[in-house]
Design a binder for this molecule. Structure first.
Ligand code: 4AD
Ligand code: MG
Length: 430
């Protein structure tokens, strides 16, 4: 008889025989009867083992097995409203596959303890729900790019360019030369413009953020796209289409996980294009009216993003930031050289920036000037300037922080929970 996933077994009728395998999630026993909840990747199922219904040795072993032991069981389905999923399994045969030692994680553990034991905490219901949500988010993204004729490409994460500024770059010795862990794949994606025209990649990006926040990881999953012949307005259209598609997909595929995490899937079903666009100038005025002491050129922090999004239910684009507050590669606005053709997509409910995007500068001198202001080694950017020398075209792209997106989708209050093994300030273990 074949093993079935618990989700399948929970669809069976009274009296049907099934075989499942998994891990003991909870357990209590009194004398001649054992009640346990078995977990597999698809769900939870209550099982009942009675002494006179199974082999004596099997019962002894089952009695001895602690939570998180792995097992295989066979039994008869019994419909019972009180059981999770409305079914329980009356066991006729049970085999313990791996006896677990005393599981170190009990209730009410500190955050630090759970991070130290991340490899074990990964099997918690909360992290399981989040990892399923993240996998479906990635599935939706890939499907969207496929349907829209983008090519997936594989840029390197070892680089000599600190495209997002020297302050947060990780450097290391690359056989005697200074190299960096990539902050963005963008410059490499731009090299594909004359061949593939529309590309995307998913790579880890690294930011040596020296501050502790709920939104910053040291290593995160960076989804980036780049498209030739595109101005920033159309770039924003790509982003709002993609994000809306992800929202619809996860509302449909992950309603159970979303609800368990405290997110009403209807909040995501209403996310559809177009998203509102506000210029930085306008946003600054709004913030000043709300009493914030901000001047032209100041970047927006969490309280500002929160205030701007107070009455918004859908994401909003903030466009045309001051040139000095953004990266060297952003195109200076043709109608106002003080600003750049960029947009940050802010998520509702205080989740803040989930996408940064822009049209790319084509003027080499303007880029050199801005790189020098940043103290960058301009020589390392020669290859990038070549892209402008040999058949440049208008092009735009963006980068989306997968964990930031997942936080918003799943109402997750700290970004460390949106990734299995968070790299945080002073934490790279396990
Ligand atoms: O706004 P950023 O820095 O933009 C870039 O890197 C561009 N070169 C992307 C591009 O145009 N191809 O980063 C893009 C996104 C942010 O909007 C945010 O969602 C996420 O990456 N992000 C982080 N996520 C988690 N932890 C961090 N430390 C992050 N820094 C940026
Ligand atoms: Mg940004």
């Amino acid at each position: 008889m074949q093993f079935e996933k618990i989700a399948q077994a929970l669809k069976k009728k009274e009296g049907e025989q099934v075989r499942i395998r998994g891990w003991i999630h909870r357990k209590r026993s009194s004398g001649k009867i054992i009640f346990a909840v078995v977990r597999d990747s698809s769900g939870l199922m209550q099982i009942i083992v009675e002494k006179n219904k199974v082999d004596e040795e099997e019962f002894k072993a089952a009695k001895k097995a602690l939570i998180e032991s792995s097992l295989e069981v066979e039994g008869i389905i019994h419909e019972d409203e009180r059981a999770p999923g409305g079914r329980e399994l009356h066991v006729t045969s049970i085999r313990i596959v791996g006896f677990a030692e005393d599981f170190p994680i009990t209730e009410n553990q500190s955050v630090e303890f759970l991070l130290d034991n991340r490899h074990l905490w990964l099997r918690s219901q909360r992290l399981t729900n989040i990892m399923k949500l993240k996998a479906q988010t990635l599935r939706a993204i890939r499907a969207w790019f496929d349907a829209n004729d983008f090519y997936e490409v594989t840029p390197s994460v070892i680089t000599m360019n600190a495209a997002e500024g020297g302050a947060t770059v990780f450097s290391f010795d690359y056989f005697g030369q200074e190299a960096y862990l990539s902050q963005t794949a963008q410059m490499y994606l731009e090299a594909f413009m004359p061949s593939l025209e529309r590309v995307w990649s998913l790579t880890p990006s690294f930011r040596a953020e020296k501050s502790r926040t709920r939104k910053h990881l040291i290593e995160y999953s960076h989804l980036e796209a780049e498209e030739a012949w595109l101005h920033n307005e159309e770039n924003m259209q790509v982003q709002e289409e993609l994000v809306s598609h992800v929202c619809q997909h996860v509302a449909h595929e992950c309603s159970e996980q979303l609800e368990a995490l405290g997110r009403n899937p209807d909040d995501l079903r209403m996310i559809e294009p177009p998203f509102k666009r506000i210029t930085y100038r306008k946003a600054l005025e709004l913030l000043q009216q709300k009493g914030f002491d901000l001047a032209w050129g100041d970047d927006f922090g969490t309280p500002h993003e929160r205030a701007l999004m107070e009455e918004e239910e859908k994401p909003v684009f903030i466009t045309k930031f001051p040139a000095e507050s953004k990266a060297f590669y952003m195109k200076l606005s043709p109608d106002d050289p003080r600003t750049v053709e960029c947009s940050d997509m802010l998520a509702p409910e205080g989740y803040g920036e989930i996408i940064g995007g822009s049209e790319r500068e084509e003027d080499i001198n303007s880029m050199i000037e801005r790189l020098k202001k940043d103290g960058a080694n301009v020589k390392n950017y020669e290859w990038y300037f070549d892209l402008r020398r040999y058949g440049s075209v208008p092009h735009s792209g963006f980068g989306l922080g997968i964990e930031r997106l997942v936080c918003w989708l799943g109402k997750i209050d700290h970004i460390r929970d949106a990734t299995p093994f968070p790299r945080l300030l002073r934490r790279a273990y396990p």
